[in-house]
Design a protein around this ligand. Structure first.
Ligand code: SF4
Length: 667
């Protein structure tokens, strides 16, 4: 439905302020309190960094119908062990506006977060800033966004012209808002009721991302393929994928919008993966949802049969691997533009491709049409020099960037380009950690410059691949390309092992990957769980790191520390086969490690390694430490080396070659 040309608050409807004081939220939900902006200091009194796991935790996303999952809106907001939002509280509170602080909707790309608000009656989200993917999901679902100035006027009884709510957007996004969301826009486009603007950017130097988007513009002459940040372009999509957590919604939306006989464009370029929920039955808290999870699996299979997309289903309960790892192994090529329904789709940038996560609505629309619309993002460049010390990995580089650049929002909604001789010194697996964690930086995505290592890595996994063809697709930034976020030189040799600490979310310090701290300044942090795996840290080179530490430890008579569970999980079958062929598994067994077949696990709260109590402490090589995502305990993010070393010492420890020698001497 198209929104009215003037937005007004509806008489009788309410505004909900997500305050740092949870008691104020509870009182608003109970109907005891109605606040206005004048009652608060915004954004200081409002919650920052509300992540999508808080809005719709994993178990809520087991519902694929928006009206069902909306009943559990904000189920992940738990303070002192109690849900701030009981079931139906957002819906029953009769709210139509929801107000928060900075970076609303960080974290995963799950569109369910937007759906939970929309199907609870929210028409307008107000915040100091929004995470990029969440903002796109709001636009696609027809949920309007505004700042505090607009809210102040609305609460004074004024009407605000709709145009004021979209005039800062690119021209195509403006059309989507005017039509009331992505599906109404796509249908209006098909009926010829909207005309798309054509960018007319003159020849200019371009970044890697700009070059890829320019190449993919549809209906544009070859000599007009130039874009600049802010241009709205219609681009073809080379490929993409969804997984069992999201596919059911894609199928559901397509059936609803286009009928049960819908067809998609180029199904051979797209895929489904069974990777996220393979181990859910091993988590006590997930067992009540096993029927819903099975429904999601069945709906994904139905979608795969219906559309003919590539099938990466699990067999005998073993997944072929985490979608992002398998996609970079088998699908993604340099210069491509790839879209998938998961925020770590950015990992594909390691193959010199442009790839980012989108919500189920956007994905459904682009597989149906074969194209999508994009506002060309700004870029920020990281020129890596030097080489990492033996105690550090690419994870430490990202924890450094998160602390020094992302925390100050320098990476916000920008493409993070990684270039330089330091990048060349890293293996493709290590480079993949850089692009994988672009989403933790709230960046649009990450992309690495390609070299022969990149091309050989891809070609060696795909028999018959013409490496010359791959080389012809490579993009490089032009020498004088413009970087709105600047060009930053990072000396890898100056890196030190880091963690991101879990903060104190009940008291206003969010659990956040930007909470960087050096391991040698941490003091003694005793751990209960060491988890090594995920798309970020389950690659072959991560296993080389785990094995290096484990071998050093067992060769000197150490085993995993008493009271610590050390879990290592492969990210793909290829990684598992490599580890087996190299004899790593025997070392892990001697060390007392629990090994798990490929797939997402503890990372999403759906596999072994999830904490069970608030007191438990985990050191984990995964990419995000948002409260509650991997259980109720405290989670420190760290490098594969640090995680493995900590598993043996029982406290968070950086790995230093020779650190285990003492045990052999004293034994
Ligand atoms: S391993 Fe974690 S971050 Fe990666 S795709 Fe799976 S759930 Fe997402």
């Amino acid at each position: 439905m198209q929104p009215d040309p003037v937005f007004r608050l509806t008489p009788g409807k309410r505004v909900l302020f997500l305050t740092k004081d949870p008691e104020l939220i509870r009182r608003q939900l109970r109907g005891e309190l109605d606040l206005t902006l004048a009652d608060l200091s915004a954004p200081a009194d409002l919650l920052d960094d509300i992540n999508t796991d808080v809005m719709t935790p994993a178990w809520v996303c087991f519902h694929h119908r928006p009206e069902d999952l909306a009943r559990e809106a904000y189920a992940g907001m738990v303070v002192d062990g109690e849900r701030v939002f009981p079931r139906d509280a957002l819906h029953d509170g009769n709210f139509e506006v929801i107000v928060s602080g900075q970076r609303k909707g960080v974290g995963s790309s799950r569109e369910t977060a937007t759906q939970a608000e929309k199907w609870s009656g929210i028409r307008l989200a107000v915040a100091e800033s929004f995470a990029p993917i969440h903002a796109a999901n709001n636009v696609n679902q027809g949920v309007l966004m505004a700042g505090y100035d607009v809210l102040a006027r609305l609460q004074r009884g004024e009407g605000v012209p709709l145009e004021e709510l979209y005039r800062d957007y690119d021209p195509i996004t403006q059309l989507i808002v005017q039509q009331g969301g992505l599906f109404p826009f796509a249908k209006a486009l098909a009926r010829g009721e909207v005309t798309l603007p054509r960018p007319a950017t003159a020849r200019r130097p371009m970044t890697m991302a700009e070059k890829i988007l320019a190449r993919h513009m549809t209906g544009v002459a070859d000599d007009a393929r130039y874009v600049k940040p802010g241009d709205a372009v219609v681009v073809s999509v080379d490929g993409g994928y969804s997984h069992e957590f999201t596919t059911a919604q894609v199928h559901y939306f397509l059936e609803q919008e286009y009928g049960p006989d819908y067809r998609i464009q180029n199904p051979e370029r797209f895929a489904v993966f069974e990777d996220h929920l393979v181990y859910a039955d091993e988590v006590r808290k997930m067992r009540p949802f096993l029927d819903q999870i099975e429904t999601l699996r069945q709906l994904q299979r139905e979608f795969q049969r219906h559309t003919g997309v590539r099938d990466f289903s699990a067999h005998d309960r073993v997944s072929p691997g985490i979608c992002h790892e398998v996609a970079r192994e088998q699908m993604i090529e340099p210069g491509q533009f790839v879209q998938a329904t998961d925020s770590h789709t950015c990992m594909g940038g390691v193959n010199n491709a442009l790839s980012w996560g989108v919500g189920a609505t956007e994905y459904a629309s682009l597989v149906y049409d074969g194209f999508t619309t994009v506002e060309v993002p700004e870029s920020i460049r990281f020129e890596l020099v030097g080489a990492l010390p033996a105690t550090c990995t690419a994870k430490d580089v990202m924890l450094h960037i998160l602390l020094r650049y992302a925390r100050e929002e320098k990476t916000l909604n920008r493409v993070m380009e990684f270039t330089g001789p330091g990048l060349a010194s890293l293996s493709p697996d290590e480079r993949a950690t850089l692009t994988n964690m672009a989403t933790e930086c709230s960046a649009r995505t990450g992309i690495c410059a390609a070299d022969e290592k990149t091309l050989e890595w891809i070609a060696s996994r795909r028999p018959g691949t013409d490496i010359a063809r791959l080389r012809s697709q490579v993009v490089e930034p032009d020498p004088d390309a413009e970087y709105a976020g600047g060009i930053h030189v990072i000396d890898l040799s100056a890196m030190r092992p880091m963690v991101a600490h879990p903060g104190d979310p009940d008291h206003g310090v969010p659990s956040d990957p930007t909470n960087g701290e050096y391991v040698d300044q941490l003091g003694d942090v005793k751990i209960d769980i060491a988890y090594a795996g995920s798309c970020t840290a389950g690659k072959i080179d991560d296993f080389v790191f785990y094995h290096r530490v484990c071998k050093d430890a067992v060769d000197h008579g150490w085993r995993v520390a008493p009271g610590v569970e050390f879990i290592i999980q492969f990210s793909s079958r290829e990684v598992e086969e490599y580890a087996r062929s190299e004899g790593f598994l025997e070392t892990f067994e001697r060390a007392g490690v629990r090994l798990i077949h490929p797939g997402c696990g503890a990372c999403i709260g759906c596999g072994p390694g999830v904490s069970e109590t608030t007191e438990q402490v985990t050191v984990s090589a995964i990419n995000r430490n948002y409260k509650g995502r991997s259980g109720p305990g405290m989670l420190y993010l760290a490098s594969p080396l640090t995680v493995a070393a900590s598993a043996f010492t029982g406290v968070i420890s950086e790995y230093r070659p020779g650190m285990f020698e003492r045990r052999l001497v004293t034994a």
